[in-house]
Design a binder for this molecule. Structure first.
Ligand SMILES: [Zn+2]
Length: 307
């Protein structure tokens, strides 16, 4: 069926989140800095005539390795600050150091701050062995003065810290994906778009043909039936998988389209799939009970056995 319709998608965007768990290996100098935060001690490194806090293995400016570690009183001057929606961040020049450190400013009102304000460390009551054992800096009285403290002994460096980097974002669909996802969610219908020049049908739809670069123009309903062009059984686990391995990853050309849709062939045991799913196999979509308005609404493609 051919349809001409203005692309007015109501599926305009999707809330998405990217999570990247990882283990940070801080190295010796930062490892000592992190370990000593538990003891409410601020450890710096000396590189010839420059002192850096947090302690570093190498001076990023001169490349010189650390000659020694020293403890600084955790007081200093605010050299810059900014207010975000929820927090105030500042660059703090600790007395005796040569490079300001970035941290949160806690228990302060940004309106009461000015460049040159004296600040002092605010320590966590429950140390966790990470950078936030130093919660941030807070206002100090003007007469507090810092000086290097003679260091008797150092803690063993923290060698590994577990982190999760999280990024929340809105994935904007635009009119082409939006129109497809509208049809998927409301009517369980797949829609492609035809190139105005070479007449290939593209699914997922897009503004410009990727072969002849002509604009696309004509919306086409596409049946959720097609042919496997390439496939592989996935056994390894990685981030973002929709189902646990093993499963069959396949490139499928839906009838009437000229593009490969990447999806899964399911409903059969992976070992059986290894025998039965091959280039040329006919498959059809099995719709999920979920209606999210994405291609994940197709649970998987099943083999068409009576074709
Ligand atoms: Zn074209």
């Amino acid at each position: 069926m051919t349809m001409t319709q203005t692309a007015t998608a109501s599926m305009s965007s999707m809330a998405a989140q990217l999570n990247m768990p990882y283990t940070l290996t801080p190295g010796r100098a930062t490892g000592i800095y992190l370990a000593e935060l538990r003891n409410r001690r601020l450890i710096a490194s000396r590189h010839a005539d420059r002192v850096l806090v947090p302690a570093q293995d190498f001076d990023a400016t001169t490349g010189r390795p650390a000659d020694e570690f020293l403890e600084l009183h955790a007081v200093g001057n605010l050299v810059a600050f900014t207010q975000t929606k929820d927090e105030v961040f500042g660059l703090v020049q600790i007395d005796g150091s040569d490079v300001p450190m970035l941290h949160r400013l806690v228990g302060v009102d940004a309106e009461d701050l000015s460049i040159g304000s004296r600040v002092t460390a605010s320590w966590s009551d429950v140390p966790a062995g990470n950078a936030l054992d130093l919660q941030g800096f807070t206002a100090a009285s003007d007469d507090t003065a810092g000086a290097a403290i003679t260091l008797d002994e150092l803690s063993e460096p923290v060698t590994q810290v577990d982190y999760v980097m999280t990024l929340d974002y809105q994935h904007a669909y635009g009119p082409y994906y939006g129109t497809l996802f509208d049809a998927v969610r409301t009517d369980r219908r797949l829609r492609g778009i035809k190139c105005s020049k070479c007449r290939r049908t593209l699914l997922p739809p897009r503004a410009v043909c990727d072969v002849c670069c002509a604009p696309t123009s004509e919306w086409i309903d596409v049946e959720a039936v097609g042919t496997v062009q390439a496939c592989s059984v996935v056994h390894i686990t990685f981030l973002g998988q929709r189902m646990p391995p093993p499963y069959v990853y396949a490139e499928i050309v839906l009838d009437g389209t000229s593009t490969r849709l990447i999806h899964m062939v399911g409903g059969i045991d992976a070992e059986v799939a290894r025998e039965q799913v091959r280039p040329g196999s006919r498959v059809q979509a099995v719709w999920s009970d979920r209606r999210t308005g994405s291609l994940a609404d197709v649970e998987y493609f099943a083999l068409v056995t009576d074709a």
